[in-house]
Design a protein. Sequence first.
Length: 142
Amino acid sequence: MDKKRRGYWIPVVTGMIRKGDEVLLGLRPEGHNLAGFWEFPGGKVEAGEEPKDALKRELNEELGIEAEIGAVRLTGTHSYGETGILLLFFEVPYWKGEPKTVHHSGLKWVKIEDLHKENLPEANRKMLKDIIYVLNNPVKSP
Ligand code: DGT
C-alpha cells in the first residue's frame, strides 16, 4: 500500500438525536458540499481532538445544545474521490436545550420509518438499514 495515501480518510462524527420514534436531521446549507441534503448533525474531527469532544463541540456550534455523547453505534466509509470520510455514529442519550437552526438551513424530526423518503447523502443511504436498526435499538450506557 502506498504510504502517501495515509490521511485519506477524514473522520466525521455524527449524533443520533432521538425523540420517541423520531430522529433529528439538519439540512446542509448552501455554500457547503452536499448542500440540500439532510444529514445527521455533526462534522469533521479536528486535529488532536477526541471524536466525542468533536461531536460535543459540533452539536453545540450547530444546534446550540449541550449534549452528552454516548457510545459509537455504527461506522461507515464513503469515498468522494480525492478524499474519503470515516463516519462514526454516536448515541446522544441526553442533551440540554432545544435544537436551533444555527448552522443548518432547516431542522426536522423525522419518523425513523420514514427516513428512506429523505434526501440523504449517499454515504448514509448506503448504510440506511444499519442506521435504522441502531435507531430502533438505543443503548443508554457508553
Ligand atoms: P467544514 O468546517 O466546512 O469543513 O465543516 P464541518 O467540520 O462542519 O464538517 P462537514 O459537516 O462539512 O463535513 C462532514 C462531511 O461528511 C461532509 O463531506 C458531508 C459528509 N457527511 C456524510 N454524511 C453525513 C452526515 O450524516 N452528517 C454529517 N455531518 N456529515 C456527513
